[in-house]
Design a binder for this molecule. Structure first.
Ligand code: AMP
Length: 147
């Protein structure tokens, strides 16, 4: 289990201190495909990454730009652009992702100290990669409200 070696897509920007560009500026909602999607390509092992977890439905790997000592991403293999695209039929997938995050918290050693699960949805949610993912953040005390 070591750092992800893929290409970072986060970074500084004008409107946002720590995120740019906005999701809608980089990849249109309708234009995002599994062929062009960085997380699809990581999940399909077309881009280098070291998974901390893989099963039939999802993968987990370290965030390339960690915001906490533990910052792992739980990513469905199926291309779903954002949380808000999920439907009633996706209850099992969503449950699986959350329970996988729980398992990852155990694996990362933060289950007892505490952790935060984050899903950024759309531009104002701060989403920069248009493929649904859960952030597992831990290893330090989180602040509230978030930035
Ligand atoms: P979000 O802003 O919620 O869409 O989160 C996207 C996250 O993906 C950011 O925290 C990025 O640092 C992270 N990220 C982007 N590209 C990669 C990559 N190739 N490998 C690992 N993490 C990545």
């Amino acid at each position: 289990m070591s750092s992800n070696k893929g290409t970072a897509m986060g970074g500084g920007g004008e409107e946002r201190e720590h995120r740019s560009p906005r999701m809608s500026e980089r990849v249109s909602a309708s234009g995002s495909t599994s062929q062009s999607c960085i997380f699809c390509r990581i999940a399909k092992k077309e881009l280098p990454s070291e998974f901390v977890h893989e099963d039939e439905q999802c993968v987990a790997f370290r965030d390339v730009n960690p915001q906490a000592p533990v910052h792992w991403l739980i990513v469905p293999k199926r291309h779903v652009e954002r949380l808000h695209d999920l439907t009633e039929a996706d209850r099992p997938l969503l449950g699986h992702l959350v329970l996988t995050a729980r398992l990852m918290a155990e694996r990362a050693g933060v289950a007892e100290s505490g952790y935060r699960l984050v899903v950024n949805n759309g531009d104002d949610g701060g989403q920069t990669v248009p493929h649904l993912h859960l952030h597992l953040l831990g290893g330090r005390a989180m602040r509230w409200p978030p930035g």
